[in-house]
Write a protein that binds this ligand. Sequence first.
Ligand code: 1CP
Length: 349
Amino acid sequence: MTASASSQKPLLRALKGEALWPPPLWLMRQAGRYLPEFRALRAQADFLTRCTTPDIAEELTLQPIRRYGMDGAILFSDILILPWAMGQSLEFVEGKGPILQPIRSEEDLKRLDPKRIADVTAPIRETLTRLTKSLPEQTTLIGFAGSPFTVACYMVEGSGSRDFAITRKMMMEEPLVFDRLIDLLVNQTAEMLFGQIEAGAQAVMLFDSWAGLLPPSAFRRAVIEPTRKIVSLLNDRYPHIPVVGFPRLAGVMAVEYAVKTGVGTLALDTSADPVQIAALLDQHAPHVTLQGNLDPTILFSGGEALVQEAQAIRDSLRHRPHVFNLGHGVMQHTPPEHVAELVAAVRSL
Ligand code: 1CP
């Protein structure tokens, strides 16, 4: 595909700073258990197999596009593929989420082997390449990774957590081990995203789901600085590829994050007031696109409130580049017809 053809895609245009009306849309976790066709495939293979089998991962990525015609297709994969590809054990346990062998010391770190990543993630690049052929012309293919801090949270804790206290304690008590882990993740995340871009990803997103746990000083050290390095590596090599950053629950620190990391698009979580953040960005970084931020619970509930709330967010950002999305992922029991209603509401003028 030529650069001029790809730059016509509405989502890419918005990610590159154009204000479009209506705004393009896609949803975090748009492929997932709320779709009956997803549940049908889910029975056939465990989660990591689904991520690393191109036939399955391609199909799961395409399902929401077929149903709803979203402007963006996000690769079916997971942020924990990177530690798993370096050799950390990983299992997704029903009802518990991810379980990993924790990394807590210099010795644990030494057991990680970044040289494995390219081979282990080859099927994921194959999925992306297939998707460049199977997606509709106007759909943008989105690659992604977790941000170093959020991935480190799972690597150190060894599972999900409400507060990731062990990780945050390690950050204070074992700063050398923690910073080495973050540096490793910065370099390997950039490498993995280079591979995704070479395989066909047309934009990339960095998920920092646990960024909001940190006070400002730690936020600058573990969220802003590592993200800035990744964005700079990406921009040096692939300046035409938009980068979306999602520092979830960062509050007003989201503005400093956007300014200092250099992300082209700031994804807002549910708690952010898009009008307030837009006003701050207009002063400090007027070219940053905003993405978000409908509450997934409102999508789950549906009805008139869904239409009104979605259109209120859309209308409030009309003057600036905006990509409509949720403030976090689609909830598991969301009725699929609510998603169709949301898409219609965002696109109806
Ligand atoms: O079928 C299943 O049971 C697996 C459920 C599932 C799915 C569908 C997991 C396990 N991951 C995914 C896919 C996924 N994860 C995608 C791609 C598809 C899409 O968005 O449509 C993406 C972008 C992610 C990213 C991800 N994984 C994040 C960041 C975004 C967020 O939700 O905050 C995080 C934190 C994870 C870790 C993870 N993976 C899976 C679970 C259950 C978890 C969360 C564990 C926890 O609660 O801490």
